[in-house]
Design a protein around this ligand. Structure first.
Ligand code: UDX
Length: 472
């Protein structure tokens, strides 16, 4: 039997909303607070503001049973013992995280405190934020001993967020005393004792009753750093393979073989070694910058992180040059762009390499018709339809009469295109793939000129391999 904890989640963005429904799913009572009234109304009427597998079912299952949505922060705080702070921590001008939303909610929490509370940092925050929160509570007159601050970083990925939450690789709890750590242990008990996985309606995944989740207790500072260091390390892995891909390309080696050969070493592992257009999204770019800033503040020279960022930015330049080199000139060219989201299986376009590449191509005089299975509406906000930008309802419609197809996002459906249909739609059979979704030999057989990342390009007999061009 779950020891039910009353949980208030502040913020109904990606992390907050997923955490709120998942806490309800494992048996707790949850009040999710957001100051955006329209969003709260939408959620209360059964709307789902983000594209995420299993979220609609779980919201349907728990709305007004395990989880309620409100704009009333004081009500959430008064009713609950654990208060998860999951508000935005956007990137400030210096690269540091902007913590003004965190400070604002902490001040409001302080005004509503009516008994012992555990404040939990769920948003990604720099080290020592736990101390700032403590100080802020004291400044607002909350007595020491009536609250604790815990860091419980979230490692979920967009698109698979619900699965990541309920079947985590690890749960990290950074608490500076046992009382607070025990509240978090109780909250996650259904995942760590396996009782959740024994339920007939639990979400299937890698964990089970016999192999439940692992919970690691550390100091608050260590937990804050675990989050930044994990994301920065994954970004580093991607930049590393991207740097190697550029070397591979210049010596006619194949980055997919190289990554497979490296990944078989169990110390390295095969994940996050996919070369391509580079990383984007709401976390990696922001967290690499924020972690670099944290190191600088402490007088630690962590130049490596700056290199990770630079390699990532260069990757888009290199891709742009590939498009130019395959098409000779860009002015007046009609290009089909497959993908707008920062990765497949999400409608999120924040810091999306696809959007940046399209902007550069348009600035160079090309016209672009884009298709994405989920992100078109969001993309229209930053790339409005115009003479040089339009949107299509399918990959084939985007390719109609285009000079080339560009693959910019790794959606599964882009890896299964009907090449005969694509060929018929296109003016020239040219595919420039920023996500390595096809094998060059296969594309050559299908009659395409195929340019990808870190692998020799495949040319059809008619197109022939161009001499190495020097681009200014
Ligand atoms: C990431 C972390 O994985 C997650 O733990 C954290 O909580 C939030 O940030 P997310 O941003 O959803 O999650 O996406 P992720 O799947 O990690 O991909 C990030 C970016 O890296 C994407 O743009 C993706 O296309 C790119 N990527 C990923 C690569 O270019 N190569 C890879 O091998 C893996």
């Amino acid at each position: 039997m779950t020891n039910q904890v009353s949980i208030c989640v502040l913020g109904s963005g990606y992390v907050g909303l997923v955490a709120a429904v998942c806490f309800a799913e494992i048996g707790h009572r949850v009040i999710c607070v957001d100051n955006n009234e329209a969003k709260v109304n939408m959620l209360n009427e059964g709307g789902v503001p983000i594209y995420e597998h299993h979220l609609p079912e779980l919201l349907g299952k728990h709305l007004n049973r395990g989880v309620e949505f409100t704009t009333n922060l004081a009500y959430g705080v008064e009713e609950c013992e654990a208060i998860f702070i999951a508000v935005g921590t956007p990137q400030g001008s210096t690269g540091s995280a902007d913590l003004s939303y965190v400070e604002a909610v902490v001040s409001e929490i302080a005004r509503a405190v009516n008994g012992y509370k555990v404040l939990v940092e769920k948003s990604t925050v720099p080290v020592y934020t736990n101390e700032w929160i403590t100080r802020c509570m004291h400044r607002h007159g909350v007595e020491p001993g009536t609250f604790d601050v815990v860091s419980n970083p979230e490692f979920l990925r967009e698109g698979t967020a619900i699965g990541d939450f309920l079947h985590p690789d690890r749960i990290v709890v950074g608490a500076n005393n046992d009382r607070a750590a025990d509240v978090l242990r109780s909250i996650y008990a259904p995942l760590t004792d396996g009782s959740y996985f024994a339920k007939s309606d639990s979400l299937p995944g890698p964990l089970s009753q016999e192999n439940p989740a692992k919970l690691l207790v550390t100091s608050a500072q260590s937990a804050e750093i675990i989050k930044h260091a994990s994301n920065a390390f994954l970004a580093l892995k991607i930049s590393f393979i991207n740097a190697v891909s550029n070397l591979a390309e210049s010596v006619d080696a194949d980055i997919e073989d190289i990554a497979a050969g490296m990944g078989l070493d169990s110390r390295i592992g095969p994940k996050f070694l996919r070369a391509g257009l580079g990383y984007g999204g709401s976390c990696f770019p922001k967290d690499v910058a924020a972690f670099y800033w944290v190191a600088q503040q402490q007088g630690v020279d962590f130049q490596l992180l700056e290199e990770v960022r630079k390699i990532n930015a260069t990757q888009q330049e290199i891709f742009f040059n590939k498009v130019r080199s395959a098409l000779w000139t860009l002015r007046g060219k009609k290009l089909a762009a497959l993908g707008l989201a920062f990765k497949g299986d999400t409608d999120d376009i924040r810091d999306s390499p696809a959007i940046d590449v399209i902007k550069k191509l348009i600035a160079a005089g090309a016209t672009v018709t884009a298709y994405d299975p989920a992100a078109i509406e969001k993309a229209k906000g930053v790339l409005p339809a115009s003479e040089s930008m339009s949107y299509a309802a399918s990959a084939y419609e985007a390719a109609e009469n285009a000079d080339a197809v560009l693959i910019l996002t790794d959606w599964a459906e882009f890896a299964e295109l009907d090449m005969v249909r694509l060929d018929q739609a296109l003016k020239f059979p040219i595919v420039i793939d920023g996500r390595n979704l096809y094998k060059p030999a296969y594309m050559r057989e299908q009659g395409f000129t195929y340019v990808s990342v870190g692998r020799p390009a495949a040319y059809t007999a008619q197109q022939g391999k161009p001499k190495r061009l020097v681009l200014s």
